[in-house]
Design a protein around this ligand. Structure first.
Ligand code: NAD
Ligand code: MG
Length: 385
């Protein structure tokens, strides 16, 4: 029986994780579930799976959570520190599925605690990759990537020495605007941007997929997870999202992982690893799919990808700035304060204006993050004015 915690249990990845563990109740027991504000969804899930603890990040929601859980025997806690404390509870396996920088301290607490951490929260590695990987190394924590591309790469890596890897190829669907001109993208609405052609995901990552910032964040995530240099990481647009990524070896062999675009597949891989478990996911029917298409990404129409590539090459605090400015800009776009093309423009502008020395600790990363957010908010105001 694996004892597990889910950080971000009410989100898209969190819900998919719950779906899998509820199908295998004899294999998993739940310590803690956390959420930001959705008391009803959190309480219902905690009751269904018999969690020991339910944590609501926004402390003003704690009275409602207490009421929803009264008489159940489930402990209710609230506030940002309570989420971190929940992440530090002893378990065998943690799903890190909070979105954005809000996940950094909880992910760090889980990594320092040890066991296995299934990582969906890519922003944690983008902003604080060095610090996080060092913490995992010290604690002997196994990081199992959940992001479909990184999970695919994890599955394609054999036991050869790292120098036998020639290249890692991250596939990208290209998002909903793969074929739109820049002029057409100017007027894109939040509803159009979150409607991903292949995947069903939370709002932030859906917008990131539409700008292709998501693939940029994933390049940085891959750099920290796998033993390759930045220039060994390539992006390939593959509209069907059937091949989730590939590893090319020096002998010319390229290994790929394929599957239906359903996050429960990589999540199940991370849940059962190093074993495998059955899922109800649609099986791959290649005869029906018929063909797989590939093309190079367009860095002109998708400038966010170029910004992320440059931040990865420069290293230091650049990825944290990129990530923080992007979070602010995406939020501003979702609340209709800026246009779609302004997202990458604001990120580029904040990167131009702010270039601090590389942060060496999590606190220093969060300080860089805070400053980049302040600059991005100012640029949002300028755009809206
Ligand atoms: P989501 O928006 O659907 O869910 C986010 C979760 O985080 C929710 O449970 C929410 O309550 C919680 N949360 C948000 N802000 C918080 C805060 N300030 N404090 C505490 N908790 C907070 O997001 P998602 O699509 O499930 O994505 C989660 C993470 O996984 C992201 O980093 C995303 O990039 C990554 N990811 C998602 C997918 C996907 O298919 N959805 C695929 C790959 C990677
Ligand atoms: Mg991905």
């Amino acid at each position: 029986m694996k004892r597990i915690t889910i950080l971000g249990a009410t989100g898209s990845v969190g819900s998919s994780t719950l779906d899998l563990i509820e199908r295998a109740p004899d294999q998993f027991s739940v310590e803690a579930l956390t959420a930001h504000r959705d008391v009803a969804k959190l309480a219902a899930a905690a009751i269904r799976v018999g969690a020991a603890v339910a944590v609501i990040g926004d402390e003003s929601c704690l009275p409602a959570l207490r009421e929803a859980l009264s008489g159940t025997g489930i402990t209710a806690t609230g506030g940002a520190q309570a989420v971190i404390d929940a992440a530090a509870l002893p378990v065998d396996w943690t799903m890190a599925a909070i979105v954005g920088t809000a996940g950094l301290r909880p992910v760090m607490a889980a990594l320092e605690r040890g066991g296995a951490v299934a990582l969906a929260n890519k922003e944690a590695l983008v902003s604080a990759g060095e610090v996080m990987m060092a913490a995992a190394g010290r604690a002997g924590t196994t990081l199992v990537p959940v992001d479909s591309e990184h999970n695919a790469i994890f599955q394609c890596l054999d036991d050869c020495p790292p120098e036998r890897i020639r290249r890692i190829i991250l596939t990208a669907s290209g998002g909903p605007f793969r074929e739109r001109s820049l002029a057409e993208m100017r007027g894109i609405t939040p509803a159009q941007a979150v409607a991903h052609p292949n995947w069903s995901m939370g709002a932030k990552i859906s917008v990131d997929s539409a700008t292709m910032m998501n693939k940029g964040l994933e390049l940085i995530e891959a750099f920290h997870l796998f033993p390759v240099a930045a220039d060994q990481l390539d992006v390939l647009v593959h509209r069907q999202s059937v091949i989730h990524s590939m590893v090319e070896y020096v002998d010319g062999s390229t290994l790929a992982q394929l599957g239906s675009p359903d996050m429960r597949i990589p999540i199940a891989h991370a849940l059962a690893w190093p074993d495998r478990m059955a899922t109800p996911c649609e099986r791959l029917d290649l005869a029906r799919i018929g063909r797989l298409d590939f093309e190079a990404p367009d860095m002109v129409r998708f400038p966010a990808l170029a910004l992320a590539r440059a931040a990865l090459s420069a290293g230091g605090g650049r990825p944290a700035i990129l990530n923080a400015a992007n979070e602010v800009a995406v939020e501003a776009f979702l609340t209709q304060r800026i246009g779609f093309l302004e997202i990458a423009a604001i990120v580029g502008d904040v990167l131009d204006r702010y270039d601090p020395p590389g942060p060496q600790t999590l606190d220093a990363v969060l300080a860089v993050d805070a400053e980049a957010r302040a600059l991005a908010r100012q640029r949002v105001k300028d755009c809206a004015a």
